[in-house]
Design a protein around this ligand. Structure first.
Ligand SMILES: [Zn+2]
Length: 116
């Protein structure tokens, strides 16, 4: 999926989540969920290093198998930050909601994603 799709997905997921977490319904936090929705795809730098070009036509390099697309990584980061920095819990929710929206969108794509 292209970056605008993930950014929109992060924003919309944040907007839906704000029905359950009203503090999330601010422009800044929704911008964070939108950015976090795109964040896992910043691994295109790793693809560049592996493929030696930005446009990857090598099907053996699938960025969805990278650690950046591991939902448990973001859940672990969320739990650790949630416990260590309780004053930033809304930010932490925005982060995990955005990153998981990225993974959730891939779940329904033809290639799928490795949830574990
Ligand atoms: Zn991705």
């Amino acid at each position: 999926m292209l970056p605008p799709g993930h950014i929109a997905g992060g924003y919309l997921t944040g907007k839906i989540a704000s029905q359950f977490i009203p503090a999330l319904n601010t422009p800044e936090l929704l911008a964070l969920t939108a950015f976090a929705g795109f964040l896992p795809d910043l691994d295109f730098f790793l693809v560049f290093i592996k493929a030696k070009k930005f446009v990857n036509t090598d099907e053996s390099i699938n960025h969805r198998t990278f650690l950046t697309h591991a939902p448990l990584l973001y859940l672990l980061l969320f739990v650790v930050c949630y416990l260590i920095f309780p004053e930033y819990r809304v930010l932490e929710f925005a982060f995990v909601i955005g990153t998981w929206s990225h993974i959730f969108i891939y779940t329904f794509s033809s290639d799928g994603i490795q949830w574990l």
